[in-house]
Design a protein around this ligand. Structure first.
Ligand SMILES: *[C@@H]1O[C@H](CO)[C@@H](O)[C@H](O)[C@H]1NC(C)=O
Ligand SMILES: *[C@@H]1O[C@H](CO)[C@@H](O)[C@H](O)[C@H]1NC(C)=O
Ligand SMILES: *[C@@H]1O[C@H](CO)[C@@H](O)[C@H](O)[C@H]1NC(C)=O
Length: 405
């Protein structure tokens, strides 16, 4: 088994930078069921929220008619629990026939007819995390099956497998996806399991074979979860932020905006920070019932433009003073920055946060036109020696953009 995997790895062409399939030139945007809908397979009692084709068709409808596709959200992604418990007689994967009566091909056709793309989930191991058939020993066949169905995005998880195999396993699937001749965006859970095993991932290697990769635990519907992810990305152990570039991005997991666990202020923090971190913007909420304010936040054009900036640079935490953090992300036009003043404290009054522009790396003598991103509109001119000051709410953020003049 290992020898065969090794052989495949040797055959994989090694592009100088990220994976060379033309995809994810900016962080991918879309929707994924897992955080909000989990593994509810009871479509008799929960026909609207179970993991079945109705859920994905409903979301495709909302995405195409509700302005999401127009804003850039194009992938409708299926997570775990879509499979039948056994492979078919031909060895091929099959969707659960009761919950996906049109099959994945039928669902892909539907999603494509709306101008959207379809993503799917598998696992490198012998089983998926929820216990459905995994891809181990079937990588080539499964890659071809996904291509035949018209799948556009594959998330490959790592349950029921040995992280020591990943240096061979994840590149092998990358090779087989490439061999199908169909461009399929490849999302790897590779580093998340390496970190989980207490090792440091080799990020440049991962970026050669994957378009996006998870490197931290699953997001949950809470501020604790969102803030722990932001801390992991701020700590940036092993400098993984440096690997982000067009074609390859770190993935801190789904946007939970529109769900139950975050205040409106905290939802703004997640949106601002995911934009600053050049993260995939993959929503996981019920788009049929989302409240207007959360929807407007997900559709905020100025925020999305910073996430989708063509430089593809991941923002970094440049200072942490108690519970106040400053983050910056270089954007176009060259010399410009998005920035965030983040207040993680929950004691109850806004804090005044200040930093000299030059200390944020903004040293252009011509100065900067600065605006708040979410609301937009009010510009002010600041020179490198000027100080940027903002009031930041408890567990809140000031999301700014400084355009070089
Ligand atoms: C396969 O890899 C080659 C070489 O890196 C690349 O030029 C080609 O576009 C890839 N094809 C697909 C479908 O990913
Ligand atoms: C990460 O980057 C910092 C600053 O550029 C550097 O000092 C440090 O050695 C780097 N660490 C690793 C593990 O590459
Ligand atoms: C900025 O401040 C520094 C130190 O106070 C000073 O040397 C420099 O001349 C100032 N630059 C401008 C453009 O005012």
């Amino acid at each position: 088994m290992m020898l065969r995997l090794l052989l495949f790895v040797l055959l994989v062409p090694s592009p100088a930078l990220g994976l060379d399939n033309g995809l994810a030139r900016t962080p991918p945007m879309g929707w994924l069921d897992w955080e909000r809908f989990r593994c509810n397979t009871d479509c008799v009692n929960y026909p609207d929220t179970c993991i079945g084709e109705k859920l994905f068709k409903d979301m495709a409808d909302e995405m195409s008619s509700g302005g999401y596709l127009e804003a850039g959200y194009e992938y409708v992604n299926i997570d775990d629990c879509w499979l039948a418990k056994e492979r078919g007689p031909d060895g091929r994967l099959r969707a659960d026939p009761d919950r996906f009566p049109s099959g994945i091909k039928g669902l892909a056709d539907y999603v494509h007819s709306k101008g959207l793309k379809l993503g799917i989930y598998e696992d490198f191991g012998t089983k998926t995390c929820a216990g459905y058939p995994g891809s181990e020993y079937y990588l080539q066949m499964d890659a071809q099956t996904f291509a035949d169905w018209g799948v556009d995005y594959l998330k490959l998880d790592g349950c029921y497998s040995d992280p020591h195999q990943y240096k061979d396993a994840y590149p092998a699937m990358s090779f087989w996806l490439n061999q199908t001749g169909v461009p399929i965006l490849y999302s790897c859970s590779w580093p998340a399991y390496v970190v989980g095993a207490g090792d440091t991932p080799e990020y440049p290697l991962i970026a050669k074979y994957c378009n996006v990769w998870r490197n931290y635990g699953d997001i949950q519907d809470s501020w604790d979860s969102v803030s722990s992810i932001i801390t992991f990305y701020g700590d940036d152990k092993g400098n993984f932020s440096d690997v982000a570039a067009p074609g390859s991005f770190n993935d801190p997991d789904m946007l939970i905006v529109g769900n139950f666990g975050l205040s409106r202020t905290q939802e703004r923090v997640q949106m601002a920070m995911w934009c600053i971190m050049a993260s995939p913007l993959i929503m996981s909420t019920d788009l049929r019932t989302i409240n207007d304010e959360s929807k407007a936040l997900l559709l905020n054009k100025r925020a999305i433009a910073i996430n989708q900036d063509a430089l593809g640079v991941q923002g970094k935490r440049i200072s942490k003073n108690g519970q106040v953090e400053v983050w910056t992300k270089p954007i176009l036009p060259k010399g410009s920055f998005a920035f965030a003043f983040l207040n993680t404290a929950s004691d109850g009054t806004p804090r005044t946060v200040s930093m000299k522009m030059a200390d944020m790396g903004m040293t252009s003598a011509n100065g900067y036109s600065v605006e708040e991103v979410f609301e937009g509109g009010r510009m002010m001119k600041l020179l490198p020696n000027d100080t940027m000051t903002a009031q930041v709410n408890p567990t809140g953020v000031f999301f700014g953009k400084a355009t070089v003049m």
